[in-house]
Ligand binder design. Structure first.
Ligand code: NAP
Length: 273
């Protein structure tokens, strides 16, 4: 499954939609501190916004800012008509309450889909903004015309960022979903009994070829860096000829996270309108 090609397709579609608008939607990223990885991710967001035609605003705050000051800034941005989307760049420094800060973002501007109101909407299959990486997995399955209704799907990893939202998205599509985690007993038995295996753990080659049946669909969300080389959670080389579809790392799910952010910014604007 080619995530790079699909990313370009989605970004072009979004760009065409944005060109038709009589208003420029915007993304405001709030960063606290100077985490090097966050700097890279924020740069990628800025490039995407420039490419698609969104206004990009970066609020880089020093890590001696108080929680009260951040909440006050979010309140101001929530009220601003010029700011249509807000994203809190994670991780925040330890002294800040991530959940409290995330929940302060207006749910209609919360393009990360991590505000509790958006999570409740997701669980109840109601309209709302949804987490980008989980949406990216759905985009890939959709692009390759994989029907989900009635399929047995194993998701490995239950984080609020990836595994948990994916569970609800897929269950809302009438798949039968098993959500696995570090305490799951006999993971192999579950993956061998699944039509689709999605891994979002962050452990290189957790999924080995003996855990996958012939013609299973394998989606690898994991990103692991070893000696400067990126690996997924799936032993790609030994599974690629066995699976009917498989995502590489890099070039699979990764590019779709930013593509889905572009879609969410447009959706956020449309919902507010
Ligand atoms: P996370 O919050 O650390 O969650 C990891 C999950 O894996 C937890 O639910 C944990 O179980 C489970 N787990 C750990 N060891 C396991 C094992 N041996 N067997 C089964 N489950 C196990 O991670 P995350 O934020 O979801 O990210 C997961 C991976 O996806 C990372 O590599 C991350 O870099 C990558 N990622 C990629 C993108 C992208 O754009 N492609 C976006 C986000 C994340 P417990 O709940 O029991 O602890």
């Amino acid at each position: 499954m080619d995530g790079i090609k699909l990313k370009e397709k989605i970004l072009n579609e979004v760009k065409c939609e944005v060109q038709k608008l009589d208003f420029t939607p915007s993304l405001c990223v709030i960063q606290v501190g100077n985490n090097p990885a966050s700097n890279v991710y924020i740069k990628q967001k800025e490039i995407m916004c420039n490419n698609v035609g969104y206004k990009f605003i970066h609020k880089k705050l020093s890590d001696d800012i108080t929680e009260k000051e951040i909440l006050h800034l979010i309140d101001k941005l929530n009220k601003s008509d010029d700011i249509t989307s807000i994203l809190i760049q994670m991780p925040l420094p330890d002294y800040l309450d991530e959940k409290k800060i995330q929940n302060r973002v207006n749910p209609l501007k919360d393009v990360d889909g991590l505000n509790d109101i958006n999570i409740i909407n997701l669980i109840n299959n109601k309209q709302g903004l949804k987490p980008c990486t989980a949406l990216g997995v759905l985009e890939l399955l959709n692009e390759y015309k994989i029907t989900l209704k009635g399929k047995k799907i194993a998701i490995i990893g239950r984080s609020t960022l990836v595994g948990m939202p994916l569970f609800h998205l897929l269950e809302n599509k009438d798949a039968t979903v098993t959500l696995c985690h570090s305490k799951t007993i006999n993971l192999k038995e579950i993956t061998l009994n699944s039509d689709i295996v999605i891994c979002a753990v962050g452990k290189k080659h957790l999924i080995t070829q003996d855990m996958i049946n012939k013609d299973t669909i394998v989606i690898d969300v994991g990103i692991n860096k070893e000696n400067g080389i990126l690996y997924g959670d799936v032993d790609f080389e030994n599974i690629k000829n066995k699976a009917s579809y498989i995502t590489p790392v890099p070039g699979g799910v990764g590019p779709l996270t930013i593509a889905c952010l572009a879609k969410n910014i447009l959706e956020s604007y449309n919902i507010q309108k």
